[in-house]
Write a protein that binds this ligand. Structure first.
Ligand code: 45D
Length: 166
């Protein structure tokens, strides 16, 4: 499997990032519902994901209120300088993907805040969704890895934040 950023995907990545935060979250959820069953956590040693690290971070999130869980997911996308965003940033890309996968599974299980049942994807997000559905599985994985990779906050790349003290 290739881990390089695909040029073919760069337009889709931009289109994704141009959606507002909630639309990005919603689209990512719809993608999961579409492909969820075809995602199988790889055999131990067969991938660069670190399940224990992803699960450690996820278990912190699972304990929070629904409101806090939603805020935290928004913060990851908007690069808010929080403790968790820094921890997230330290994960490898495939582990980041695994973390999002665990969140989505938590939504399925009811331990993570659900998307409101009447939520509808707005037009731009819906058309991107259609394009993504048309990609091959491996292209999808590469795209998602590229989407989750820059989320969070690299502590070395930010100024001190007086609001959070970080
Ligand atoms: O009230 O090599 C809204 C591994 C509106 C294994 C909302 C893998 C307002 C190793 C914002 C909508 C499995 C890691 C609320 C590979 C409102 C390996 C809430 C592959 C409440 C390749 C929205 C992994 C929310 C893959 C809460 C392919 C939205 C993983 C949350 C793919 C959305 C994972 C979430 C995907 C989406 C995860 C959590 C597609 C997660 C998507």
């Amino acid at each position: 499997m290739t881990y390089t950023t695909s040029d073919l995907n760069s337009e889709k990545i931009k289109a994704f990032q141009n959606l507002d935060v909630d639309q990005q979250l919603a689209l990512f959820w719809f993608i999961y519902t579409e492909m969820g069953e075809s995602i199988t956590p790889a055999a131990p040693g067969a991938s660069t994901a670190s399940p224990a690290i992803a699960e450690g971070l996820f278990s912190q999130v699972e304990k929070l209120s629904h409101e806090e869980q939603l805020q935290l997911q928004r913060d990851l996308i908007t690069h808010k300088n929080t403790q968790l965003a820094r921890e997230y940033s330290a994960l490898g890309d495939t582990t980041k993907l695994l973390f999002w996968y665990l969140l989505a599974q938590g939504m399925d299980k009811g331990t993570v805040v659900p998307v409101p049942a009447d939520y509808k994807l707005p037009g731009a997000a819906e058309s991107l969704f259609t394009q993504i559905k048309g990609l091959e599985f491996n292209e999808q994985i590469t795209l998602f890895r590229d989407i989750v990779s820059p989320m969070g906050v690299d502590p070395n790349a930010v100024e001190h934040d007086s609001e959070t003290g970080l």
